[in-house]
Design a protein around this ligand. Sequence first.
Ligand code: HEC
Length: 212
Amino acid sequence: MLSRSPYAARCHATWSPAIAALALIALVGCHRDMYDQPRLEPLEKNTFFDDGRASRPLVEGVVEYGAIPPDSVILTGKVNGQLTDELPPEFKLDAALLKRGEQRFNVFCSNCHGLSGDGDGMIVLRGYRKPPTYHSERLRGTPIGHFFDVATNGFGVMPSYASQIPVEDRWAIAAYIRALQLTQYAKLDDLPEAERQQLENQPAATPSPSAP
Ligand code: HEC
């Protein structure tokens, strides 16, 4: 009669706890149903974040969806259907806004309108329709809301830039276009008193001898 070999017995003894453990893991794993997924309740405690809260505070500057009325001046450039001649109250006209406007204008608009707004950008030099210069009497007299409106909705063959340029940057660009216009038509009277006197006291420029 054959007896069970000692080897077989040893093997059996080593494997059975491992199989039992695997079976246990499999059982526990099977218990989790889809309706019972791991998740955090609103405002529940959690140690993952330093402040111990599972719900995260809102990111700075976040705006509730729909919080700005769609007909407000900041989104339309218009007050009661009329183009506004002022920056919306949310913006402060300062060097930082103009710098941002300059940077964004140079990226998005100068390729057609040219760096100084004359309408001779690179795309135009290569055959695209030439936009009007910003320095015409008509566009110098147009309210700033027009620049925002054109960037937002497009104008004639010019496409809309609303999907590429956020609202704040479109206003920064509008303010910068106004500044560009001033660079061509600033009057001496527009300068602060001190700077005006400094200019007036300067000796008149004399042509350099090498000039033709
Ligand atoms: C792809 C070339 C192109 C780009 C880029 C471009 N424009 Fe224009 N823009 C034009 C053309 C062309 C016109 C004239 C459209 C027409 O009369 O059909 C125009 C017209 C305008 C006008 C004058 C509208 C009027 O009253 O005559 C303004 C203001 C203007 N663009 C602002 C902008 C601003 C701001 C940007 C950047 C956000 C921009 N454009 C980017 C091509 C461009």
